[in-house]
Design a protein around this ligand. Structure first.
Ligand SMILES: Nc1ncnc2c1ncn2[C@@H]1O[C@H](COP(=O)(O)OP(=O)(O)O)[C@@H](O)[C@H]1O
Ligand SMILES: [Mg+2]
Length: 359
């Protein structure tokens, strides 16, 4: 079973704490991402799992076996780095065959395995090419083939797309995800790009400052961020100061300035507490659509449009609500007229579409 578990794993470099004691378990066949800003400890965590960095404390288990003190080559892992390490002086075949030659695999077996790896990454026919004759995306696929040819139980990827341009990155993320599901290989993917993590992952660990802030499926991370850091790091959010007036099962009532509003309850909050209301810009309805919204959980307020910016797929409004500015993103459709600045507008959201954070 190719699971990966870290138990109270930590790392300091002298006075620098790269990872505080951290726990998680990656399940067999799972695509698990470590997502966070630069310097939060992602690479250190991955390199400890790979065996290239010795932990300060804690345990690493692969397939239930303690591998904390095993060298990298005995861990059954394959790792792909940001700067795809393919040898410029070797052609594609030799690059992919390299790891097998080192293990003294016999020639016909090498040829068979290299061909299979090239099939996996869609590069049959590229055997004789050199690095300079390939695009960045193709080079990265060769780097992946080099790792897959050794048939690792665990695939570790450290920002593998960050050297590619935007369009190629978009393509490659679907391609890598597709390949991973097809192979069913347990994968840990490091990225600072929330779009990559949300698109590709079964679960995401959001990291900040050497700790895991939240682990969840993409939808939970996006819809129910656990704290201010995750809220601000993932997507865009309105974070509005409110006072809690009533805590009910599921939904809490709050006041926002002079107006009343509501959001999903947060355990531990009680009436009288100050809190932050978290609302994604795409959850906000304006004008006629706010008036037309129906259902028990619709929250209705009044605001004043400050201005708008055209963003192509949507129009981004800034709306003053009792002295606080709310961002609303309204999908751009032919049947919607732009609401001019200065307009008083009804606005609405669903209480279940907003959350609370303790202050
Ligand atoms: N070899 C090292 N020596 C000293 N400090 C390091 C070393 N590697 C990483 N660090 C520090 O550890 C922290 C986490 O780094 P890293 O794991 O590379 O973060 P990330 O991959 O999330 O950008 C950073 O503060 C970084 O400067
Ligand atoms: Mg890194």
């Amino acid at each position: 079973m190719s699971t990966v578990e870290i138990i109270e794993l930590s790392k300091s470099y002298g006075p620098t704490v790269a990872l505080t004691p951290t726990n998680f378990k990656v399940e067999e066949g799972e695509f698990f991402s470590l997502l966070g800003p630069s310097g939060c400890g992602k690479t250190t965590t991955l390199r400890m799992i790979a065996g290239f960095v010795a932990p300060s404390n804690g345990i690493i288990k692969i397939g239930g076996t303690d591998v904390t003190f095993l060298p990298p080559e005995q861990r059954g892992i394959g790792i792909v780095f940001q700067n795809y390490a393919i040898f410029p002086h070797m052609n594609v075949f030799d690059n992919i065959a390299f790891g097998l030659q080192m293990r003294k695999v016999d020639k016909p077996e090498i040829a068979r395995k290299v061909t299979a790896a090239l099939e996996q990454v869609g590069l049959v026919g590229y055997e004789a090419r050199f690095q300079r004759e390939m695009s960045g995306g193709e080079q990265q696929r060769v780097a992946l083939a080099r790792v897959l040819v050794t048939e690792p139980g665990i695939l570790l990827l450290d920002e593998p797309l960050s050297a590619l341009d935007k369009k190629l990155r978009e393509e490659m993320k679907y391609w890598i995800k597709g390949l991973q599901s097809e192979l069913g290989i347990t994968t840990i993917y490091v990225t600072h790009d929330q779009g990559e993590a949300l698109t590709m992952s079964d679960r995401i660990a959001v990291m900040s400052d050497g700790r895991v802030a939240q682990i969840g499926i993409p939808n939970e991370i996006y819809e129910k961020p656990i704290d201010r850091f995750v809220t601000e790091f993932i997507g865009e959010s309105n974070i509005l100061d409110v006072s809690v007036t009533a805590v009910e099962d599921g939904i809490s009532r709050v006041t926002l300035g002079e107006q009343s509003a509501a959001a999903r309850s947060l355990p531990g909050l009680s009436a009288g507490d100050k809190a932050a209301l978290v609302l994604r810009p795409e959850q906000v309805l304006l004008a006629g659509e706010a008036e037309a919204a129906s259902g028990d959980d619709v929250v209705r307020l009044q605001g004043t449009v400050l201005d708008h910016t055209y963003q192509g797929a949507f129009v981004r409004y800034r709306v003053d609500v009792g002295g606080q500015t709310l961002i609303a993103e309204i999908a751009n459709r032919a049947d919607r007229n732009v609401i001019p600045g200065g307009s008083q507008v009804p606005l609405a959201w669903r209480a279940t579409g907003a959350g609370l954070l303790a202050e």
